[in-house]
Design a binder for this molecule. Structure first.
Ligand SMILES: [Zn+2]
Length: 164
């Protein structure tokens, strides 16, 4: 696990919440989408949860993080998600990392790194770029193996299905 600024007790509680994000990822997969899930936590409780719906909704922006942020803002009744933490199974892309900054989320916790599109630590560092007007605390690598394996198994099955 890699953490930029979180304390030990903050880190320990994220395992369970990542389990809820993984459950959202499984639901996304059952619906035919790529298995990625996200939850938003405030005051130690989940206030919003979503899975990737890009195929289901035929919407290129329907990533789990975007849907979870929109749902959380509706619950809070404010576009600012100050005091909230977003957990997601895969490192966010440029769009989602941008939305995380715009939503003024306190903290981002993610599972697996994304070598192809990760915009938080891998290809870009949008959530901690000092040139932007908000920086997000980061915790990465939470249940990373499970999060990554769910994706690699999904893509392997897709390839196998494509061969038939
Ligand atoms: Zn995204």
């Amino acid at each position: 696990m890699d953490r930029e600024t979180a304390s030990e007790d903050q880190v320990s509680q994220y395992d369970g919440f990542m389990g809820s994000a993984l459950a959202q990822a499984r639901l996304a997969e059952a619906a035919g989408d790529v298995p990625i899930g996200a939850v938003v936590v405030r005051d130690g409780a989940i206030i919003a949860a979503a899975g990737n719906r890009r195929i289901t909704d035929a919407d290129p922006t329907a990533h789990a993080e975007m849907l979870a942020i929109q749902a959380a803002a509706a619950v809070v009744g404010d576009w600012r998600l100050t005091g909230c933490t977003l957990l997601v199974t895969l490192e966010p892309c440029c769009m989602c990392a941008g939305a995380i900054v715009l939503a003024r989320l306190d903290r981002l916790v993610y599972g697996a790194a994304d070598p192809k599109a990760g915009a938080v630590q891998t290809l870009y560092r949008l959530c901690t770029d000092a040139r932007l007007n908000h920086q997000v605390e980061l915790i990465s690598g939470v249940r990373a193996e499970e999060c990554g394996q769910m994706l690699s198994r999904f893509f392997q099955r897709q390839r196998e299905a494509g061969k038939k």
